[in-house]
Design a protein around this ligand. Structure first.
Ligand code: 6GU
Length: 265
C-alpha cells in the first residue's frame, strides 16, 4: 500500500519510522512518503497561508501550494487515489473505516494547519482524487499531523503481513463491535490481587464464555452506545442474559435500555 502525507511539519511524521509501521516500511509492505508543502512555494518566505476573505481570526492555507503538491502526487499513477483530509468537521474515523481503507492501493493525507485550507482546493482535488474529510472525534487539534499518525497506524496494522500474528487482530476491541475483555499474566496472585479463577483451569469453553461475558459487561458499562448498535441476531442465550443483567432488553429486533424505576408486575 502506498501512503503520501503532505504537511508543513514533515518532522512530525518521523514517528512513522519506528515500531510496527517503521518495520513494515522497511520490509516494503507500506510505501509511506512524506512531503513538505513548502517545497511547492516559490517566494522567499515560502508562504503557505494568508488572511481570510471576509475577515475573522487566524490564517487560511493558500490554494497554490496545495494544488501543486496534490497535483504532483496524483499525477504519478493511473488510478484515482483517496484523499483523506483530517478535520474535526469530517466523518468520524472508526475501526470499520480503518478496515475499509486498509484494502486501498493508495491513500493521500492532506494535513491542514491554521483555520483550514482554502475551500477551492477540495474542488480542485476532486478532479484527481476521491476526497474524504475525516475526524478522530469531537475535539480540536492544531493540525492534521497527529490525526494522520493515529490513522496510518490504525490502517497500516490491518494491511496483511504488517502485524506478525494475524490472530491478534481478531479478538481486539471494536473488531466485533465490543470492547476487549480484561487480560492477565503471571503471577496468579499479586499483592493480594488474584487472576480470575476460570482462567487458571484450562477449560477453554468456560474461558471463552467468561471472556464474552466480561466483554459485554465492560461495554455495557463504558460504551452503552456500542451495545445499542449491536445486531441482536449475533447474540446467543448467554449474551442476552448478560445484557439483561446489564440493563438492556431486546424489543422489535433492537437492543434498547430496560425501563428503570417501578414497573408493573
Ligand atoms: Cl482528524 N484533525 C484536526 N485538525 N482536528 C481534529 C481531528 C482531525 N479530529 C478531531 N479533531
Amino acid at each position: 500500500m502506498r501512503i503520501d502525507v503532505v504537511s508543513i511539519f514533515p518532522e512530525y511524521l518521523q514517528a512513522l519510522d519506528i515500531s510496527l509501521i517503521g518495520k513494515a516500511r522497511r520490509e516494503g509492505l507500506l510505501d509511506v512518503r512524506v512531503h513538505d508543502l513548502r517545497e511547492h512555494t516559490h517566494d522567499r518566505h515560502r508562504t503557505v497561508d494568508d488572511t481570510p476573505y471576509g475577515g475573522g481570526a487566524g490564517m487560511v492555507m493558500k490554494p497554490e501550494p496545495w494544488a501543486a503538491a496534490l497535483g504532483s502526487i496524483a499525477g504519478t499513477g493511473d488510478h484515482r487515489p483517496l484523499l483523506l483530509v483530517p478535520s474535526p468537521a469530517g466523518d468520524v474515523f472508526t475501526q470499520a473505516m480503518a478496515a475499509e481503507l486498509s484494502t486501498r492501493e493508495h491513500l493521500v493525507f492532506a494535513c491542514g494547519r491554521y483555520e483550514g485550507i482554502d475551500e477551492r482546493v477540495y474542488d480542485f482535488a476532486a478532479e484527481h482524487y476521491e476526497v474524504r474529510p475525516v475526524s478522530l472525534g469531537d475535539y480540536v487539534l492544531n493540525g492534521g499531523e497527529v490525526a494522520v499518525l493515529a490513522m496510518v497506524e490504525a490502517i497500516g496494522r490491518l494491511v496483511p503481513g504488517v502485524v506478525g500474528n494475524p490472530e491478534s487482530l481478531i479478538e481486539e476491541s471494536h473488531s466485533d463491535g465490543l470492547l476487549e475483555y480484561p487480560v492477565y499474566t503471571k503471577p496468579a496472585s499479586w499483592g493480594g490481587r488474584e487472576v480470575p479463577e476460570v482462567l487458571l483451569n484450562g477449560n477453554h469453553g468456560k474461558i471463552a464464555r467468561a471472556r464474552r461475558l466480561w466483554q459485554l459487561e465492560r461495554t455495557a458499562q463504558r460504551r452503552p452506545d456500542l451495545i445499542r448498535a449491536l445486531d441482536p441476531a449475533t447474540l446467543n442465550r448467554h449474551d442476552r442474559d448478560a445484557l439483561w443483567h446489564a440493563g438492556f432488553m431486546i424489543e422489535d429486533g433492537r437492543i434498547v435500555d430496560k425501563p428503570v424505576g417501578p414497573t408493573e408486575e
